[in-house]
Design a protein around this ligand. Sequence first.
Ligand SMILES: C[S@@+](CC[C@H](N)C(=O)[O-])C[C@H]1O[C@@H](n2cnc3c(N)ncnc32)[C@H](O)[C@@H]1O
Length: 290
Amino acid sequence: MGDAYSEVDDGGLRASLRGIWSSVAPAWGELAEQVDARGAELAEAMLDAGALVWGDHVLEIACGPGGLGIAAAGKVGPEGTVVLSDIAAEMTTIAVERAHRAGLTNITARQLDLERIDCPDSAFDKVLCRDGLMLVPDPAAGAREARRILRPGGRAVFAVWGPRDRNPWLGVLFDAVTAETGISVPPPGMPGPFSLEAPGALGAILAAAGFIGIDVCEISTPMTVESIADWWSVVPALAGPLARLLGSLPAELTRAIRARAVAAMADFATSDGYRLPGVSLMGVGCRPPR
Ligand SMILES: C[S@@+](CC[C@H](N)C(=O)[O-])C[C@H]1O[C@@H](n2cnc3c(N)ncnc32)[C@H](O)[C@@H]1O
């Protein structure tokens, strides 16, 4: 596996995570338009930060239903290419179908683990990853892999969730689950959406991977919904490992979790629904030129 991958006995953690993401892929497919609408500003910022140009060869890692890579395909034109990749083949199937429905011919899909990317060195001009790096057991390995597969001078853009207390759109659910079940979310040893929330964590990982010109900034990514029902139909369904836990709980407990989360959301009510704050961290870095 080489030094880019942690050769630890993870007790089946990685296989379990892959299975979990495969199992929530149908929900990601059904909600793909909503995911893209919410992530549109972040996607635009990432594409700007990536300085995509006509003819670029781009790899999107942890693509999910592929909204970011699909947007990138328009920027690189027919001379360029975008590879949509994810650990879950079910996700890449959805992503590439969406790309083809959009009439794009410069997109292909691969099942790839971002901690150990099965691509040659220097294969891409740009690497994009929205909301994926923090979800793996060893994000530092993912950053090293991104640098390795970039050509010298190539650029990577990562987005991860900022601090949990500034992301109540998801934090209220985590808090409610813990309050009602006593289970920590995520459980100890399990990566989660806020794994890289600490100030400086994303920048440090990029620096340790050998990127230069690193810049990390905050992007506001609030979630706006018309009703609690809308929020409940989206967030628990997409929440990877948590979706599986919620699916396994008795209905009474799930109702209690929902009620507790709803009470916590009262602070964010508006005249026409809810505006739940969200903050993403966007990190950009370049592979040094030769
Ligand atoms: C929160 S979703 C984000 C999806 C998409 N990037 C977006 O912004 O809509 C996280 C994605 O990371 C993928 N993922 C999780 N672990 C991964 C790994 N080790 N390698 C590649 N992808 C992974 C999941 O399958 C899932 O599609």
